[in-house]
Design a protein around this ligand. Sequence first.
Ligand SMILES: [Mn+2]
Length: 329
Amino acid sequence: MTEPLNVEQTAARLREADPVLILCHKNPDGDTIGCGSALYYALTALGKTAAVLCADPVPRRLSFAKPRLFRGEFEPQLVVAVDVAGVQLFGDTGLMPAYSRRVDLCIDHHAGNNGYAQYTLLDDAAAATAELLCDVIEAMGVQLDAQMADCLYTGLATDTGCFRFANTTAKTHRAAARLIEAGARVEELNTLLFSTKTRGQIEAERMAQSHLEYALEGRCALIWLSQDEIENSHADPADLEELTALPIGIEGVKVGLTFRQQPSGSWRISIRTAKGVDAVAVARRLGGGGHLRAAGCELLGTLDNVKSAVVTEVQAVLDAPEEAVCRES
Ligand SMILES: [Mn+2]
């Protein structure tokens, strides 16, 4: 079992350690890369050696974060994971397996975090791990600079859909305010992260929309992209996350599903739900996890089999009032 830590205890462990290896999750998003990078800069500001390890490349859109990437050049004294809810999310390429089995410290905001690390700072009320890491970095005695602020703002903004999702709280906005004061380039980042699409993204969107279908009397909408289509679109797979907003954005839809085929052939399914429907309840039935309104899982099988398996569980959750009721106000 993991030992829970508070912000001060977490900061103290980071202050004591050198060198530090920071692990991000596979299929990296703005929160894991933003946090990994910000923590790298904070440790560097304290004169420490640190580097970031991720099983997948840093998405082009997040390349401005520019953390030092780990190439095995030091033996870490502390291995810390950011925004990683379970060991299966580390991935198994490159150097990752050598370190993902002995994680000392985990900083995370996923309610389903299974306590794989020796010590864990977990706050499932935080909209993003970045919200939590703002406090940790300050408790480390590090002054937030513009580079750290950009990285942390990216985590906050991407996990909240630019401060629109239900997870956004007053604390999220206070964290954002601190980051803006520290120099976060809000307009540039929001344009980069939310208002600009590559031609590949538009092409992928067009193909996904052409596959739009409805299930469960219109309460569920789904889109999908095969691996061939993803390749032919020339979209960076990391840029396809926004597709998941499409089916749930349709009037009357309670559960929006996005199926993306992975290079291995398996299907990665993103589950987005309307207020009052628990996305994690659907994901858990399929071996996945996530947040109340945004969750996911990965399944093997033909598209038809996978679709019907997921829709069956969606129906079970929608038709089970007790399970479907969220504890949100
Ligand atoms: Mn996150």
